[in-house]
Every structure is written in C-alpha cells, then in structure tokens.
Design a protein around this ligand. Structure first.
Ligand code: HEM
Length: 118
C-alpha cells in the first residue's frame, strides 16, 4: 500500500516537472521567434503601380517612397487622408518632393519602413 502511494507521488512529480519545463521552453521559443520577426522581417518590393494602391484613401494604408525605400505614413497626422500639406500625396515616389520640403529627410527617421521600390 505504502509502495503504491510512493509510486503515484513519483509519477505525479515527474509529470509536473515535465509540464513546467516544456512551458518555459515554449515561452523562450516564442520570444525568440518574435525577435527574429522584428529583426529579419522580409521587406516587400513595390512597383510604382503597386505603391499607387497605398494612397491613404478609402481605408487604404498610406505609403510613400523616398530614395528607394517605402515608408508607412498611415498614422502620421500631417498625412491624414493620404495628402500632405497640399503639396504631395501618398502612393508615389516622393523623392523630389522631400528634397524641397522645409524638413528634409530627417523626418524619415521616425517612420516604419515597409519595403523597397523596384
Ligand atoms: C513639398 C513637399 C513637402 C512639404 C512642403 C512638407 C511640409 C511639411 C510640414 C510643414 C510639416 C509639419 C506639419 C505639422 O507639424 O503638422 C511636415 C511634417 C511631416 N512631413 Fe512633410 N513636407 C513635404 C514632403 C514630405 C515628404 C515627401 C515626406 C515623406 C515621408 C514627408 C514626411 C513628413 C512627416 C513624417 C511629417 C511629420 C513630422 C512630425 O510630426 O514629427 N514630408 N511636412
């Protein structure tokens, strides 16, 4: 009787330890995967035609290309509705526009890069 009790307790302990270890391992794996995604996210290549769909209108995101990189300006208040200062719109290669803007390319540092321009 005592022996049976000891066997049951041992089996329970081993079971608990296994569950505990595998849970923390999968947590670590998840964290690693997230980090990898952040660091090595594949950048999409946009043609000018594809970029034109991201014009910030009708619920579309607003993307703008500058010097071969595509930036997400969807949540930038100054780009609301995909239009900026009445001078430039989203969905285009705006490299020439930014060179004659008051702020220059420094504003690009705060923006998320979503791809490159083909
Ligand atoms: C002739 C073209 C442009 C003009 C005259 C212009 C002008 C301005 C002005 C006056 C602001 C300040 C707006 C405010 O504080 O509400 C601004 C902000 C901004 N502009 Fe432009 N811009 C031009 C082109 C561009 C381009 C091509 C980009 C490319 C992404 C850009 C990105 C931004 C961003 C991200 C901000 C917000 C900066 C912040 O709030 O920190 N601009 N622009």
């Amino acid at each position: 009787m005592k022996k049976t009790f000891l066997i049951i307790v041992s089996v329970l302990l081993v079971g608990l330890l296994t569950v505990g270890c595998s849970t923390s391992n999968s947590d670590n794996n998840n964290n690693n995967n997230n980090n990898n995604n952040n660091n090595q996210e594949e950048l999409r290549e946009f043609t000018l035609e594809e970029l034109a769909q991201y014009n910030g209108k009708d619920g579309n995101p607003a993307y703008v290309a500058v010097n071969g990189k595509v930036y997400d300006v969807t949540d930038v208040p100054a780009w609301r509705g995909g239009s900026h200062q009445g001078e430039v719109v989203a969905g285009i290669d705006a490299t020439t526009f930014i060179s004659r803007s008051p702020h220059g390319t420094s504003v690009l540092n705060g923006l998320k890069i979503v791809g490159t321009l083909k």
